[in-house]
Design a protein around this ligand. Structure first.
Ligand SMILES: *[C@@H]1O[C@H](CO)[C@@H](O)[C@H](O)[C@H]1NC(C)=O
Ligand SMILES: *[C@@H]1O[C@H](CO)[C@@H](O)[C@H](O)[C@H]1NC(C)=O
Ligand SMILES: *[C@@H]1O[C@H](CO)[C@@H](O)[C@H](O)[C@H]1NC(C)=O
Ligand SMILES: *[C@@H]1O[C@H](CO)[C@@H](O)[C@H](O)[C@H]1NC(C)=O
Ligand SMILES: *[C@@H]1O[C@H](CO)[C@@H](O)[C@H](O)[C@H]1NC(C)=O
Length: 271
């Protein structure tokens, strides 16, 4: 019985296996159709994906292209603005250069006017504040002159002038010659180079400009040398150890505009 059961079981088991085998076989035969369907779907999905990707790429490309175009336009605009700015800046630079030139011209003109005005004021009041020379000095054109009645040796005159940051009188141009003629100077030392030998007197005229004028005040002058002096309209020589009057000259300072604009009234109050 047990054997039978076992057989039956076996049989049953066998038939079950057969069935399963059969089922398996059915599946095996059925399979190719199902797979192609899945592949179809997958391929479709892939194609779709590819299409989507392509569309995406296209959109990205066009976005990129549009952006690039826009950026290029912006760049161009910026370039144009930059060029315009450069043009404007250089124009402004030229303008300000013109302006500073004009300011320079104006201040030069103002300085000239102030100097002229100061000359006028100086005629009326020789010690007016605007005068660009120290007190007691005479102002003539670009120069200041100190004319004193002190008889000293030529060397003492030279030393005195040095101490005043000035030099002996040298008649090198028309301006100084005019001053000399206007002052009728009686026996004043001149800044001529001392000579070993005596020289005759000469009338003061423009030929004096090319005389042997000092380059600087000399110290090595001995008592046997001859020095030049002016006596009214003549230039003469005498021993350097002789005595003549002191005269010095130096360059006038520029006229200070504010001093010219100041009225004379405050000065009169102090006087
Ligand atoms: C350049 O100057 C002109 C005229 O002065 C002005 O209209 C323009 O806006 C300026 N350009 C720039 C970029 O400042
Ligand atoms: C600068 O001045 C000159 C002449 O003095 C003139 O021709 C030029 O136009 C001026 N430039 C400016 C930017 O004002
Ligand atoms: C400044 O003066 C000079 C010479 O006097 C002249 O050549 C120049 O044009 C002037 N400039 C201006 C901006 O007035
Ligand atoms: C001479 O010049 C010097 C230096 O420039 C200055 O210190 C001195 O005060 C001046 N002397 C006179 C009398 O002007
Ligand atoms: C004349 O010469 C003096 C120096 O001796 C100088 O200071 C002055 O500037 C000169 N004047 C002219 C108009 O050249």
């Amino acid at each position: 019985m047990s054997e039978e059961v076992t057989y039956a079981d076996l049989n049953f088991q066998d038939s079950g296996r057969k069935k399963s085998i059969q089922e398996f076989g059915t599946v095996g035969i059925k399979e190719p159709a199902a797979t192609s369907h899945v592949w179809h779907q997958r391929a479709l999905a892939l194609i779709l994906l590819c299409l989507l990707l392509l569309i995406g790429l296209g959109i990205l490309g066009s976005v990129f292209y549009i952006t690039l175009k826009k950026e290029m336009r912006t760049l161009n605009t910026l370039q144009n603005i930059k060029e315009e700015l450069q043009r404007n800046v250089s124009l402004q630079l030229m303008h300000s250069m013109n302006s500073s030139q004009m300011i320079r011209n104006l201040s030069l003109t103002l300085q000239e006017i102030a100097t002229k005005l100061c000359h006028e004021l100086y005629q009326r009041e020789p010690e007016h504040k605007c005068k660009p020379c120290p007190k007691k000095w005479i102002w003539h054109e670009d120069n200041c002159y100190l004319v004193t009645k002190n008889y000293v040796t030529w060397q003492k005159n030279a030393m005195f002038c040095s101490a005043q940051n000035a030099s002996l009188l040298m008649i090198k141009n028309k301006s100084v010659l005019e001053f000399v003629k206007s002052r009728n100077l009686r026996k004043y030392w001149l800044g001529l180079s001392p000579r070993k030998y005596y020289a005759d007197y000469k009338i003061v005229d423009e030929t004096i400009f090319s005389s042997d004028w000092l380059v600087r005040n000399t110290k090595d002058v001995d008592d046997t040398m001859f020095c030049g002096y002016i006596n009214t309209i003549y230039v003469s020589y005498t021993l350097c150890s002789d005595s003549n009057n002191i005269i010095c000259e130096k360059l006038a300072n520029p006229v200070k505009i504010e001093n010219t604009l100041m009225s004379e009234i405050p000065d009169e109050k102090y006087d």
